[in-house]
Design a binder for this molecule. Structure first.
Ligand SMILES: [Zn+2]
Length: 308
């Protein structure tokens, strides 16, 4: 169900400061975006080292992380991988999460052609197993009542089991993608862009993790993706009417897929950077792709022609 996937986005979080930049080349250098980063290898085993809380290297948590941790860190088990700190109850779930998390990290870094990750913290992932435990935690946060998992800044709060007891792998991919994106763009980004990226890239990365290709059509929702671009990029958050939510996700993912797969993946993060610096989407497009589009109508036509 779609609402299982809807995360808080960054709207609920305090945005960090923004530094303005001049040229696309400067933005790329500042963000550590280059060319030709190698593709991630599939399923390399991530060593999972269980350690007591006192021995964890990066213990810094944001507000929701502090709430999840509670007064007694020993109520959780803890482990660390190169980019993640995991908090869990069952090692079998933690191993699964660790393996997928590091794979997605490498895949997304490579897809966005990031050569240098400048975020100096680890992502924390809390793996909730019991519905009661989740309910207690969720009620103390700003998360919607219907949220079954969510991501905020570099933290993931993940309910590991679907209602039928299966491991919630798709949800995990989507939420982790949000927090990996945050590493490369640690600022408030518009909801459509945040969700569109998580929706498109998580489908892509999950398909590659499973060894089933991925690519242009990964994770397409069964919706027409027909929001006009100008309507979509003017939206301040999620649609008010829940019946439009699927369409919103599908349209957002379609636009991000177009930007990354059809235009130029090296210019995706510079485009995002322009937007977080305050440019309207229409202005950012013309600034970042002056060689491709003379007017925004040209961009709209190219997007339309590319199909879904
Ligand atoms: Zn999301």
């Amino acid at each position: 169900m779609i609402l299982r996937l809807a995360s808080l986005g960054l709207a609920a979080c305090v945005a960090a400061g923004v530094v303005s930049a001049q040229t696309i080349e400067e933005i790329r250098q500042r963000m550590g975006v280059g060319g030709g980063a190698g593709a991630a290898g599939r399923g390399t085993d991530t060593p999972l080292v269980e350690v007591p809380w006192e021995k964890i290297g990066d213990k810094k948590l944001f507000k929701d992380g502090e709430i999840a941790m509670g007064k007694d860190p020993n109520a959780w088990r803890h482990a660390e991988t190169p980019h993640f700190v995991l908090h869990y109850h069952k090692i079998i779930d933690a191993r699964k999460v660790a393996r997928q998390a590091e794979f997605y990290y490498q895949q997304i870094k490579s897809d966005l052609q990031v050569t240098e990750d400048r975020y100096d913290r680890k992502n924390h992932i809390f793996i909730f197993e019991k519905a009661e435990e989740w309910k207690d935690f969720r009620a103390q946060t700003d998360a919607e009542e219907w949220a079954a998992s969510f991501a905020c800044r570099s933290e993931v709060f993940f309910q590991s089991r679907e209602r039928d007891g299966d491991f919630a792998a798709n949800t995990l991919a989507h939420e982790i993608t949000h927090t990996i994106f945050y590493r490369f763009v640690p600022h408030r980004v518009p909801t459509w862009l945040n969700e569109g990226f998580a929706e498109f890239e998580s489908g892509n990365a999950y398909a590659k993790f499973k060894g089933i290709g991925g690519g242009a059509h990964a994770n397409v929702r069964h919706s027409a993706a027909s929001f006009p671009i100008k309507t979509l990029v003017a939206m301040k958050g999620y649609p008010e009417d829940k019946k439009d939510v699927n369409e919103f996700y599908a349209s957002s993912a379609r636009l991000v897929r177009f930007l990354i797969n059809k235009l130029d993946r090296k210019r995706f993060l510079p485009l995002v950077q322009k937007i977080v610096e305050g440019a309207k989407f229409e202005e950012a497009v013309l600034a970042v792709y002056p060689d491709k589009f003379k007017t925004f109508a040209d961009f709209e036509r190219a997007h339309e022609k590319a199909g879904i």
